[in-house]
Design a protein around this ligand. Structure first.
Ligand SMILES: *[C@@H]1O[C@H](CO)[C@@H](O)[C@H](O)[C@H]1NC(C)=O
Ligand SMILES: *[C@@H]1O[C@H](CO)[C@@H](O)[C@H](O)[C@H]1NC(C)=O
Ligand SMILES: *[C@@H]1O[C@H](CO)[C@@H](O)[C@H](O)[C@H]1NC(C)=O
Ligand SMILES: *[C@@H]1O[C@H](CO)[C@@H](O)[C@H](O)[C@H]1NC(C)=O
Ligand SMILES: *[C@@H]1O[C@H](CO)[C@@H](O)[C@H](O)[C@H]1NC(C)=O
Ligand SMILES: *[C@@H]1O[C@H](CO)[C@@H](O)[C@H](O)[C@H]1NC(C)=O
Ligand SMILES: *[C@@H]1O[C@H](CO)[C@@H](O)[C@H](O)[C@H]1NC(C)=O
Ligand SMILES: *[C@@H]1O[C@H](CO)[C@@H](O)[C@H](O)[C@H]1NC(C)=O
Ligand SMILES: *[C@@H]1O[C@H](CO)[C@@H](O)[C@H](O)[C@H]1NC(C)=O
Ligand SMILES: *[C@@H]1O[C@H](CO)[C@@H](O)[C@H](O)[C@H]1NC(C)=O
Ligand SMILES: *[C@@H]1O[C@H](CO)[C@@H](O)[C@H](O)[C@H]1NC(C)=O
Ligand SMILES: *[C@@H]1O[C@H](CO)[C@@H](O)[C@H](O)[C@H]1NC(C)=O
Length: 722
């Protein structure tokens, strides 16, 4: 059919015009109309989907495919140039017929549930310049191409976040002479990092391979990538040292290899004068930060955390005047921090020095970094005091100064009050043997979500001024010498879901109001903490990063002098993840309502004077993994089935009247043998977290939800202590 010319159309009568219009709209669009071959290829694609996200409504065979949803054609040729089908809920394979669209330039089918392989016909296309099939469930490997394959114009290939496996074939890259970006992150590729694109594609500038299983060392051949800007292969199994040749790629702006097993020193890094981001955290690097680091004038992100690095921090660090983040935690850096002049770093927003051996005073120059949002100095050999100038840090939201020999808690809180943005304040293991300020004048801290004043041997009571911290979510006062009762106002802290007052001298009953804590009563609690400050880990569960969807409530009242019965209403605290009432003088029965706490992972009631039977329905708590009721006066049978088949007998020790198949004392037998007493130590619990913490950094990928939440919590608890 010939398209009608405009001049001809003006002369034709109205009824015929109407018909022609219908024809025009349906078949021959005035701008362009798609070719039969393109249309049939697209219909083949559609036919292959098991879920098409409603595309059939628009992709009708009797209409112009250039008008279909997600399709763009060139004008006037009518060739399909763009297929944009991102986030449409598509399921099924990518049809090889797409290779027949000879004018196709860009294909975006990201964020669907596409399965099967990436068709070779597509990769071999002589027209496509951008392929984005990221965030799908594509499987298999990339195929070798015949050596006779024509040169391909492909510039951007994003196959990240899929289920691809196998080695990277080398031939495929030889014909991609225009390749600029290769993004294959978050798959299961194995073998060596490919270097062929460096040789064959003169414009190759982005190589993103993080979250795979690449192994071997960083290949020397990468230095053939002379215009490479981004090289990223974190979370793989790379070993060996960084090759000297790497430091010859002076075009590099981002070098990122976190969580591998790289070793050796950083000498030579100063040649990469265009670096903006250097991320080598979570490796086995040693040696010091070279003096020459000062040559990296554009450096903004410096991540060397969790390595084996040592030595003093070079004064020249202050020559990297554009630094935004310095993360050196968990290394062996020593010497005085005052060597670095922080007043030269006006853009510094995060400084993390946790777990090192740095000494001396907190440098005054830190207080001139007015953009600082997070400062973590804990677990070094620093000493106080904090300066009043901390009030200059108007954006400071995270401050961790655990174990820094600070004195005068009253004064310190007065100083910190001027830091109006504080959200997380960790000041434990300081102020030894001082008394908890009871002063009603302590105010400010409106934005505080987390406060930890643990392990300070503070005397006094749980102070009333805490009541004014209306946004408080996490309160940690454990390991002090606080006495008096748990105040009734505790339940008026509407967001509180984590209360640790263990190891004190708290007396009285467990107040019923405690069981009214709103956030712990609601089924799901998630911290409202600003994740951008010090992000909690987000795990990778197969396809995408995610935060485990778990309850986070904690109530730890252990090692106090609480008396009376456990209130029946405790069963309302639905979001409890951990309930520890051990080492008190509680009497009465274990309330049956505890069986309603279906999210419980830890239940410790040991070393009290509890009597009566163990509620049999406790075996329905599927997540319960740490259970201890030893050293009480309980009687009767131990529940069986469920999690109860996994607990050690030590969980029940010291209850002479208990019986069960796992004990020497079988139910029905007359004589109770003497039970052995195993002391339970709270410190074991904490140690377990430390171990889990280190395991997290070694493990990286965790799929199972329970394991997931276990590691999540170990990290969480560390973060809110130090
Ligand atoms: C289209 O592609 C398919 C599969 O790649 C192929 O079998 C077929 O011959 C092609 N059709 C045309 C008309 O080119
Ligand atoms: C895929 O990668 C390309 C290039 O790196 C990027 O532009 C694009 O946004 C990515 N796609 C998605 C869905 O993130
Ligand atoms: C790689 O693709 C992912 C989407 O899967 C995207 O988030 C990321 O930014 C891309 N990386 C680069 C370097 O373009
Ligand atoms: C760079 O590419 C050339 C040509 O393929 C090759 O001979 C050389 O070994 C490569 N360089 C390195 C350091 O591998
Ligand atoms: C780095 O580049 C310089 C100059 O281009 C060259 O002389 C040197 O041999 C290269 N070093 C390595 C290890 O490739
Ligand atoms: C860490 O470095 C020290 C020397 O500073 C060395 O003795 C030790 O073996 C290193 N450990 C690892 C795991 O590389
Ligand atoms: C580095 O900074 C110091 C002052 O901190 C200055 O004297 C020196 O000239 C700087 N060096 C370079 C190379 O900029
Ligand atoms: C700091 O950040 C600002 C704004 O992002 C930028 O203009 C400036 O160049 C950066 N560097 C220094 C040293 O101020
Ligand atoms: C602590 O500081 C307060 C107020 O800043 C002061 O009144 C008090 O004397 C100080 N206490 C000690 C023991 O220095
Ligand atoms: C707890 O209080 C008692 C007196 O009631 C006192 O003897 C004991 O030393 C206190 N324990 C701690 C750890 O403060
Ligand atoms: C458990 O919760 C349900 C619903 O919230 C309630 O009806 C029931 O009484 C509770 N059971 C106990 C033993 O408290
Ligand atoms: C708890 O039991 C122990 C030993 O059975 C007893 O000495 C103590 O008086 C009891 N305490 C309370 C508060 O009942």
């Amino acid at each position: 059919m010939q398209p009608l010319s405009r001049s001809h159309m003006n002369q034709i009568p109205i009824p015929f015009f109407g018909l022609a219009l219908v024809l025009l709209v349906s078949l021959v669009s005035p701008t362009s109309s798609c070719t039969e071959q393109d249309k049939s290829s697209l219909l083949q694609l559609l036919a292959g989907f098991s879920r098409d996200g409603g595309l059939t409504a628009s992709w009708r065979s009797n209409t112009d495919c250039c008008m279909w949803e997600g399709i763009t054609c060139s004008s006037p040729s009518g060739m399909v140039t763009d297929i944009f089908l991102a986030s449409r809920g598509l399921e099924g394979p990518i049809s090889p017929f797409l290779g027949n669209l000879t004018g196709l330039l860009r294909l975006d089918m990201s964020r669907n549930s596409l399965s099967g392989g990436l068709p070779l016909e597509l990769v071999q296309s002589t027209s496509i310049i951008v392929i984005d099939v990221s965030f799908n469930r594509l499987t298999g490997g990339l195929s070798e191409l015949p050596s006779t394959a024509p040169v391909q114009p492909l510039q951007v290939l994003n196959i990240s976040s899929n289920l691809f496996t196998g080695r990277f074939p080398s031939t495929i890259w030889r014909v991609m002479k225009s390749l600029v970006v290769l993004n294959a992150s978050t798959n299961s590729f194995t073998g060596q990092i490919p270097t062929t694109p460096c040789v064959s594609s003169p414009s190759f500038s982005v190589l993103e391979l993080s979250f795979n299983q690449f192994s071997g060392s960083v290949p020397r051949g990468l230095s053939n990538c002379t215009v490479l800007k981004l090289l990223s292969a974190g979370y793989n199994n790379l070993g060996g040292t960084l090759p000297e040749e790497l430091f010859n790629i002076t075009s590099l702006e981002k070098l990122s290899f976190p969580s591998n097993r790289l070793e050796g020193a950083l000498d030579g890094i100063n040649k990469l004068t265009n670096l903006v981001t250097l991320d080598l955290g979570g490796n086995e690097l040693s040696g010091n930060i070279p003096e020459s680091i000062g040559d990296l004038k554009r450096l903004e992100e410096l991540h060397l955390e969790h390595n084996n690095m040592s030595g003093e921090l070079p004064t020249t660090l202050s020559n990297c005047t554009n630094l935004v983040t310095i993360d050196l935690k968990s290394n062996y850096f020593s010497g005085k921090l005052t060597k670095v002049n922080f007043s030269n770093l006006p853009n510094l927003t995060k400084l993390d020095l946790l777990y090192n051996r740095l000494t001396g005073k907190i440098p005054d120059s830190i207080y001139s970094c007015s953009k600082l949002t997070a400062l973590r100095l804990s677990c070094n050999r620093f000493y106080g005091p904090l300066s009043e100038r901390i009030g200059n840090l108007k954006s400071l939201s995270f401050l961790s100064v655990y174990n820094m020999s600070l004195t005068n808690i009253t004064r310190t809180l007065q100083i910190l009050r001027s830091s109006r943005s504080l959200s997380i304040l960790l000041i434990g293991l300081n102020f030894m043997h001082e008394s908890m300020p009871e002063d009603d004048n302590i105010n400010g801290f409106e934005k505080l979500h987390v406060i930890s004043m643990e392990s300070c041997s503070l005397s006094g009571t749980i102070p009333d001024w805490l009541l004014k911290l209306t946004n408080l979510e996490i309160l940690s006062l454990n390991n002090n010498r606080l006495s008096g009762p748990i105040p009734d106002w505790i339940s008026s802290l509407n967001f509180l879901f984590y209360l640790d007052i263990s190891n004190n001298n708290i007396t009285g009953k467990i107040p019923t109001t405690l069981t009214e804590m709103p956030m712990v009563k609601s089924e799901k609690t998630q911290a409202h903490l600003d994740p951008s400050v010090f992000p909690l880990p987000i795990y990778r569960g197969g396809l995408e990063y995610r935060k485990p969807n778990v309850s986070t409530g904690l109530l730890d009242l252990s090692n106090n002098k609480l008396t009376g019965e456990i209130p029946l209403e405790i069963g309302q605290l639905k979001s409890l993840y951990s309930l520890n009432l051990s080492f008190n003088d509680l009497t009465g029965q274990i309330p049956i309502s505890i069986c309603n706490l279906t999210n419980l992972y830890v239940l410790d009631l040991s070393d009290n004077n509890l009597t009566g039977a163990i509620p049999l329905a406790l075996n329905s708590l599927h997540f319960l993994s740490r259970f201890n009721i030893s050293n009480n006066d309980l009687e009767g049978p131990i529940p069986s089935g469920g999690q109860f088949d996994t607990f050690e007998t030590s969980s029940f020790d010291g209850n002479n009247k208990l019986c069960g198949s796992m004990l020497i004392h079988k139910c029905g037998s007359a004589k109770a043998p003497p039970a052995t007493i195993t002391p339970t130590k709270l410190s074991d619990y904490k140690a377990a977290f430390l171990i889990a913490f280190s395991a997290f950094f070694g493990v990286g990928v965790l799929y199972d939800q329970i394991v997931l939440s276990r590691y999540y919590f170990s990290w969480y608890y560390i973060i809110i202590r130090v």
